[in-house]
Design a protein around this ligand. Structure first.
Ligand code: CP
Ligand code: NVA
Length: 308
């Protein structure tokens, strides 16, 4: 069990701006150690349980490899191969799993489910994506922005596409870390600030035209038109989102030094043109790699507190 006070990471605003400054700085230190093949095992003998109710490539590999690199070990569970798929109550699962491991990462559907798990968990719980939020991804995206361009404070992020878990989390991050999000979604797929959990309206601005959202942006970002769990809406979404494809024209109206990000997996020719995602402004591979470095820093923080 962790000697540090129990903290969960269920939404982006579960950490303060000051704590983010610490975690981002630790991510840079931890990444440097990894690149230098320096052993760093602060989580020796600690175990992470990963629960996946939806598919994953990056989240699984980054948490699993990251935990091993910190000296710990990992247990991987899915709905299909555990009692979670046979209706064992989430509260009971939380009580049992959290008696045996030091940390839990969950990817699931409703945010309420991860909140119920956390309520009954003895150990920190990390959101590895829900329908509403994807905080680990935005943490990696902000780290990536800082690596390439310096502080994100005061900058403008253009969000083009669905008002989904990624968009909600960008809004929370903008409110907490003092930057702006210019959001353009098709009608019927808008961000809902009540769901996003933002209190101030001035952290984001809505644009009907995606080109206008991209104008003078420091970062242009998008995501799949159909998120996991919404597959039944696929056809309707393909029709509604046709004009929300990030193309070279949108990148041209952004700042000349603007970056392009996508959490991946991507669909070239749908939400983004190949020339953009595979072009010189794209940092998507750094973004994916950085998932591992920031999550190592996050796990260190949740289990050990502020490491000097
Ligand atoms: N970006 C992201 O979370 O990727 P996976 O779905 O592959 O984990
Ligand atoms: N919005 C996407 C992100 C995938 C990493 C989804 O929820 O499927």
């Amino acid at each position: 069990m962790s000697p540090t006070p129990l903290r969960h990471y269920l939404q982006f605003n579960d950490l303060t701006a000051d704590e983010y400054a610490h975690v981002l700085q630790r991510a840079a230190v931890i990444k440097k150690k990894f690149k230098a093949y320096e052993k760093y095992h602060p989580l020796a003998d600690r175990t992470l349980a990963m629960i996946f109710e939806k598919a994953s490539t990056r989240t699984r590999v980054s948490f699993e490899a990251g935990m091993y690199q910190l000296g710990g070990s990992v247990v991987h569970l899915t709905t299909g191969d555990s009692q979670l798929g046979r209706a064992e109550p989430i509260e009971d699962s939380a009580k049992v799993i959290s008696r045996m491991v030091d940390l839990v990462m969950i990817r699931t559907y409703g945010q309420d489910k991860i909140e119920r798990f956390a309520e009954h968990s003895r150990v920190p719980v990390i959101n590895g994506l829900t329908n509403e939020f994807h905080p680990c991804q935005i943490l990696a995206d902000i780290f990536t922005y800082i690596e390439h361009r310096g502080s994100i404070q005061g900058k403008t992020v253009a969000w083009v596409g669905d008002g989904n878990n990624m968009a909600n989390t960008w809004l929370q991050a903008a409110e907490l870390l003092d930057f702006k999000v210019h959001v353009s979604t098709p009608s019927g797929y808008e961000v809902n600030e009540a769901v996003a959990g933002v209190r101030q309206q001035d952290c984001f601005k809505v644009f009907a035209n995606p080109m206008e959202a991209c104008r003078d942006a420091d970062l242009v970002t998008t995501d799949v038109w159909t998120s996991m769990g919404y597959e039944a809406e696929n056809e309707a979404r393909r029709a509604a989102f046709a004009d929300w494809c990030v193309d070279t024209e949108m990148m041209k109206v952004a700042r000349p030094d603007a970056l392009f990000m996508h959490c991946l997996p991507a669909h070239r020719g749908e939400e983004v043109e190949a020339d953009v995602i595979d072009g010189p402004q794209s940092v998507v591979w750094d973004e994916a790699e950085n998932r591992m470095h920031v999550q190592k820093a996050l796990m260190e923080f949740l289990l050990l507190g502020r490491v000097a």
